[in-house]
Design a protein around this ligand. Structure first.
Ligand code: NCD
Ligand code: ZN
Ligand code: ZN
Length: 438
């Protein structure tokens, strides 16, 4: 098929290193057929999936069985983060990099968290073992006090707005401080997920400037909503860590502008409408976002910094949603547009205004907190492995031929290369200016 690209950016396929596609065990919320369609509709060609499934993926065996379940069902390439098990920290010291190179640690959590690491000794052992095994730890660094407050309300229905008014503002500052102390002690590579507050951004940026191997992720949700939106959206935007104040959001945008953010992630965490409309504390935290991430961030960038050269903005998007995650998560062939790279491309129309409605939502949960948002910018075509995976004009998807990017597979799989001579890409080349961003 011909690919229209006039006036568009052609970006390297986006990498979302933080999705919850819910297989196995939670397929009533999401599955790979729906989740990967949502991904390609949002320009994402590679995802890394989280371990808090049922059962959770806390060891290589569980991870391999998950890979077997997902095989043949995904439109995007994929990898899996392991979950750190407080009862078996030593697993991380001898983890086969062909299976996984990352492990998520839940330092606090709702019942969606598989195994919350509450014991400080277990946490320390996890950091020590990960340093030995060369495993990058991904931290859900949130303070337990948040959940204690909610637990006290057990059986006593409250609105989420009511909870929001009383919620302690500390967020994850003491959890982040503990992480930095352990990184200092063991030299473990640490990546703080869904960082949500100004003081945490300041703390991590200072630690990084002092030479610690620590990075952080910001989600599209924390860049798009503030606690003021709770009045309208209620527990739909209940998220862990919570959506915070305007001042916190402003600081996260500044972190993006300054390049302090390592990567953007969606934290695509769908729950059904029924689950989200239960009274607090039963409405689970998390909302879908893999489809909305790039357009929401683009819309935000153009609104906040209208004077900025759009080429720079597009470069920033490609940097934080493709190049950096490819490097951090060791995804050879991903994250760049050059000969030898995988033929994963997004054709992005930077100017198209459109309103998002529930009808556009591809996630199985069927709703979006962004319904009614007027977006600037639209994903026209997504190409994965040289094949069209999403064509917005015709509204059609490709075939579920996404591959498991296990470390071993990354070394010996055949490459689909981008070359000007390849007729499949010649049309993209010929159709219009590829205002290069990458
Ligand atoms: C996630 C989920 O629902 O799986 N929810 C969330 O609010 N972020 C769990 C998580 O990532 O902590
Ligand atoms: Zn988390
Ligand atoms: Zn998450």
């Amino acid at each position: 098929p011909r690919v229209r690209a006039d006036g568009c950016y052609v970006l390297p396929g986006l990498i979302d290193s933080h999705v919850h596609f819910r297989t196995p065990g939670l397929e009533h919320k999401e599955d790979w057929a729906h989740g990967s369609r949502a991904a390609v509709a949002g320009g994402v060609t590679t995802v890394i999936d989280m371990p808090n499934t049922v059962p959770p993926t806390l060891d290589p065996e569980a991870l391999v069985s998950k890979a077997e379940l997902v095989a043949g069902t995904s439109l995007v390439d994929y990898r899996f983060h392991l979950g750190a098990d407080p009862r078996r920290p030593a697993l991380l010291a001898r983890l086969d990099p062909g299976i996984a190179t990352t492990a998520k640690v839940f330092m606090a959590g709702h019942h969606t968290a598989p195994t919350v690491v509450r014991d400080p000794i277990a946490l320390e052992k996890i950091f020590a073992a990960a340093a030995i095994g060369g495993v990058r730890l991904l931290l859900h660094a949130e303070d337990e006090s948040i959940f204690t407050l909610l637990d006290q309300w057990q059986g006593e229905p409250r609105s989420y707005l009511d909870y929001e008014r009383r919620r302690p503002r500390s967020g994850g500052i003491s959890a982040v401080a503990r992480v930095l102390e352990l990184v200092r002690r063991y030299g473990t590579e640490a990546h703080i997920l869904h960082l949500s507050s100004a003081e945490e951004a300041d703390l991590v940026t200072a630690a990084r400037a002092a030479g610690l191997p620590v990075t952080f992720e910001v989600t599209g949700h924390h860049l798009s909503f503030t606690d003021a939106d709770t009045r309208r959206l209620g527990a739909r935007i209940r998220l862990s860590p919570a959506i915070r104040t305007q001042a916190d959001q402003d600081r996260l945008w500044e972190a993006l502008r300054a390049g302090e953010v390592a990567c953007l992630g969606s934290d695509h965490a769908p729950h059904t409408v029924e689950e989200k409309t239960r009274p607090v504390p039963d409405a689970p935290p998390g909302l879908p976002g893999v489809q909305e991430l790039a357009v929401a961030v683009w819309t935000g960038m153009r609104r906040r910094w209208p004077e900025e050269d759009p080429d720079l903005a597009a470069t920033r998007l490609a940097e934080h949603l493709s190049a950096r995650p490819a490097e951090m998560f060791r995804l050879p062939g991903k994250g760049r547009l050059e000969p030898g790279a995988d033929a994963d491309l997004v054709v992005f129309d930077p100017a198209a205004p459109w309103m998002l409605s529930a009808h556009d939502v591809r996630s199985k949960c069927g709703w979006s907190a962004y319904e009614g948002w007027t977006m600037t910018g639209r994903v026209l075509t997504t190409i994965r492995g040289g094949q069209v995976a999403w064509d917005a004009e015709r509204g059609v998807f490709g075939r579920p031929e996404g591959r498991w990017l296990s470390g071993a597979a990354a070394q010996d799989r055949p490459r689909t290369e981008i070359t000007a001579r390849d007729p499949r890409h010649a049309e993209t080349e010929a159709q219009g200016p590829s205002r290069g961003a990458g």
